[in-house]
Design a protein around this ligand. Sequence first.
Ligand SMILES: [Zn+2]
Length: 248
Amino acid sequence: MQARSNIILPIVSSEPDPCFEGGGISARLIVRPSPRARTMRLRVDPRTASVVLTVPRRVSHRQAVKWAVGHRDWIEKALAEIPPASRIEQGSEVPLYGIAHRVDWRPDRSRVVSVQDGVILMGGPAETIEPRLLRWLKRHALALLDRETREYAAKAGVKVARTGVGDPLSRWGSCSESGGIRYSWRLVLVPEWVRRATVAHEVAHRVHMNHGPDFHALVETLFEADPGPARSWLRRNGPSLHRIARRR
Ligand SMILES: [Zn+2]
């Protein structure tokens, strides 16, 4: 995970910020002044296909833009390497539980989504396949994650006030001081063992609000295996999962 500044200052500039193109993706530069940044840091976010330049406060907007333009080749190569954004439509493949499931839509079928032998069956209006399937995936994700959270919470002897799902870009789960846990709904798109390792991680934060040795020992006790491979699986595959049902 990268540390990111939450402070976004308004950009005052007469010229529009430059645009970069690579692999069919065009992205405008986002300049973020940060009081914590010591040097300029450029990154291409593979999840949102955006180009973000974090700059120390003393650097002017004009200097920042000029510096980024000097790195055009690097930026455009990075854009070209981003996995393509994919829509959910009739015939597309959705990696439910990390296993490719084909969307099989027919106009005469029930609107209720069901899963059978690696196929997602659905009816209803063709033009709303994506939003309706997304709603189903989020509900299904919440049901699975809630059940597994309760299971691990009982094992750890803690209470989890509530579970929820959202679509955060930089985390798969987060545990609040007040005892609630929020997950990325996209965890329904990862293999079960990766999802469970993530749940064990968040539940262990109900006991230890840090990443110390006791915390790691508890995650391993709850998950009953080394959670390391699950973390690396998410690092490797996260960017392409974040491209599902995105517009660009
Ligand atoms: Zn953590």
